[in-house]
Design a protein around this ligand. Structure first.
Ligand code: AP5
Ligand code: MG
Ligand code: ZN
Length: 222
């Protein structure tokens, strides 16, 4: 018997590129779990766990949380049975050591990364997007006050949850997040290019068009 086709996907891109926006669509259509290290960390902050209190200092400054913490989170998450046929990583890996750790964890499971979707958007546009972003407290769906408003102000269209602004979406923190991305995360595009895995997507189109290009790159849902 051959192995089941795996769908081990990574969404890469700068802060505000639309990873969360596209992830909602992908997980709905392809039936894989959404693994967002940012969402997991924010939930730890909200629950005031030891890890959350530790991570918050880095997140509020727009710095990366240390590799060993984030790698531990993802390793644990990959033990959950819902990841058996695939996953969508959003915001992980973000450094070369994280990418190597993911490769090693997957190799232990006789798996590998299937495709890396890099959603690319220029910095000026990213600053605009993040300063107007609002997020659902319940289901994490992102909105934008001008570009992508909810039907009722402050209320999530999908679940009725309350919309809020992230603590790290202030202009100074956003600028630092963009620098950190350029220094530590962008090199991952070369890392995965060497494995022939990267699909570059123009993220400066409408969310629908971006999603069409992603589907073309990863193949239509079954
Ligand atoms: P994380 O939560 O991963 O944030 P990020 O990478 O900075 O990305 P964002 O979530 O801000 O943007 P997005 O690409 O999801 O865009 P969205 O779809 O919301 O990480 C936060 C922090 O956690 C890090 O800084 C770090 O401290 C820590 N962390 C997380 N993972 C880590 C790791 N692996 N290692 C170490 N530390 C880690 O869209 C943005 C806005 O644009 C929205 O308003 C949306 O409505 C709008 N929009 C989306 N698409 C479009 C479009 N096509 N046109 C117009 N507007 C659009
Ligand atoms: Mg996000
Ligand atoms: Zn919601």
């Amino acid at each position: 018997m051959g192995e089941m086709a795996q769908f081990n996907l990574i969404l890469l891109g700068p802060p505000g590129a639309g990873k969360g926006t596209q992830a909602s669509r992908i997980v709905e259509d392809y039936g894989v779990p959404h693994i967002s290290t940012g969402d997991i960390l924010r939930s730890a902050v909200k629950n005031q766990t030891h890890m959350g209190l530790e991570a918050k200092r880095y997140m509020d400054a727009g710095e990366l949380v240390p590799d060993e913490v984030v790698i531990g989170i993802v390793k644990d998450r990959l033990q959950e049975p819902d990841t058996a046929n695939g996953f969508l990583m959003d915001g992980f890996p973000r450094t070369i050591p994280q990418a190597r750790a993911l490769d090693a964890s997957l190799a232990d499971l006789s798996r590998d990364v299937s495709r890396v979707v890099a959603v690319l958007v220029p910095d000026d546009e990213l600053v605009k997007r993040l300063s107007g972003r609002r997020i659902c407290r319940e289901c994490q769906t992102p909105y934008h006050v001008y570009a992508n408003p909810s039907q009722r102000e402050g209320v999530c269209d999908k679940c009725g949850g309350e919309l809020f602004q992230r603590d790290d979406d202030t202009e100074a923190t956003v600028r630092n997040r963009l620098n950190v991305y350029a220094e530590q995360t962008e090199p991952l595009i070369d890392y995965y290019d060497e494995q022939g895995l990267v699909a570059r997507i123009d993220g400066q189109q409408t969310p629908d068009k971006v999603y069409e290009d992603i589907k073309a790159a990863i193949g239509p849902p079954e």
